[in-house]
Design a binder for this molecule. Structure first.
Ligand SMILES: [Zn+2]
Length: 401
């Protein structure tokens, strides 16, 4: 399988990258040839569309003699993160500081050791915003002859105009549900029924679909989110349900962040001579570096929490979309076909107007969260609005279906 088979539903983006890689190889062979190769790229696409997969596939195609065959040594080394000419900066690492940015600028300037190109992939280019100094901007504008920057971000708005104006943009789309299901079957050996359930519920987010298909805990949490509207009996119930859902998300974030944080602290202490024989303790020598790291780690936790809560809200949107579909008798595939009982209960409690009010309350909650609203406030407001919408119908005695 070539490196492109990991990209789901992105034929047009893959074709652009393949063309560019072919041009890049031609340019390397004959520097005098006019080439359409660009040295600074920006891949944008919704979460779960496969931005980093696309970036790494492109990097493989640049360093593989066969444009990303998927089975040569170069492709294998890129896949395992061992290729000396491909650097991937991942969001799970320490948040980028200006020193690291400058390190990358220096790194892209060196001659590649094995092939013709030196590629740096930055998975979360929005993290560059704070530290996008002139050295980086200059390198994006005039990358060294053998250097290729590949930046990734959810949307153009997430990236500084000074950065995006220097890059060639490739857009990814939300992958179609059928293709996500097929991908899970082929690549992760998930059985067809589970693959189709996971792809539907994840609504085109490949990583989320994979987690749903392969981790029972993730399925249990999704089911709990679908129960959220049923736990909103009283005002107290609303507040309790809201804080429960945030507590759940925080636990999730903790499980992901804690091991990373411990490893990062250990790395800083090692760099400051822990275990060595120098005078004074490594912890006191490292105190300012540790303080900086702590701040970055707090920021990362906040980002992870936002992402997790946005997933919760997307699950709720999927649920109310199903409720509306059933109310209107629409002949569409339900996102949560496995949760027919939860859907029917909401159908029985409301009417299309209350379901629409719920959809708009959830959408509003997503906007507030994205605009940096307090998580507690956003979810408490949402719970109260959802409760009000359904009890409003009950009081008015509106016809129900
Ligand atoms: Zn290859």
């Amino acid at each position: 399988m070539s490196v492109w088979s990991a990209l789901v539903g992105q034929e047009s983006a893959a074709a652009q990258f393949r063309r560019a890689a072919a041009d890049a190889h031609a340019e390397a062979e004959d520097p005098a040839a006019t080439s359409a190769m660009t040295h600074a790229w920006l891949i944008v696409g919704p979460p779960g569309s496969g931005r980093s997969v696309a970036a790494v596939a492109f990097a493989s195609a640049l360093v593989c003699p066969d444009l990303g065959c998927g089975h040569c040594r170069a492709c294998a080394d890129v896949a395992s993160g061992m290729h000396p000419d491909v650097t991937v900066v991942r969001p799970s690492g320490v948040i980028m500081g200006v020193e690291q940015t400058r390190g990358l600028v220096g790194r892209i300037g060196v001659m590649p050791t094995r092939g013709d190109w030196n590629v740096i992939v930055i998975e979360d280019a929005d993290r560059l915003n704070e530290h996008a100094d002139n050295a980086l901007l200059k390198s994006l504008e005039e990358p060294p002859p053998h250097g290729v920057w590949v930046l990734c971000a959810p949307s153009l708005d997430d990236v500084l105009p000074t950065i995006r104006s220097r890059c060639r943009v490739v857009r990814l789309r939300t992958p179609p549900i059928d293709e996500v299901a097929e991908h899970l079957q082929q690549v992760d050996a998930v059985d067809p029924a589970m693959a189709s359930y996971a792809a539907r519920v994840a609504q085109g987010h490949i990583g989320r679909a994979r987690a749903l298909a392969t981790d029972p805990e993730v399925r249990v949490r999704h089911q709990r989110v679908l129960g959220f509207p049923h736990r909103l009996g009283s005002v107290a119930g609303c507040l309790a349900a809201a804080s429960e859902i945030i507590g759940d998300a925080r636990d999730q974030v903790g499980a992901v962040a804690e091991p990373l944080e411990a490893a990062e602290v250990a790395a800083v202490l090692r760099a400051h001579g822990e275990g060595g024989t120098g005078a004074g303790s490594a912890r006191s020598r490292a105190s300012s570096a540790l303080k900086e790291l702590e701040k970055d780690q707090r920021n990362r936790r906040r980002r992870l929490l936002r992402d997790e809560l946005d997933r919760v809200l997307l699950d709720l949107l999927g649920l109310y979309r199903d409720v509306l579909a059933v109310m209107c008798g629409a002949e569409v595939q339900l996102v949560n076909a496995q949760a027919r009982a939860e859907i029917e209960r909401l159908v029985a409690q409301g009417d299309p107007a209350t379901a629409l009010a719920a959809v708009s309350a959830v959408s509003h909650a997503r906007e507030s969260l994205a605009a940096d609203g307090s998580e507690e406030l956003v979810f408490a407001t949402l719970a109260l609005k959802l409760q009000q919408a359904s009890s409003g119908t009950a009081r008015a005695g509106l016809p129900r279906r």
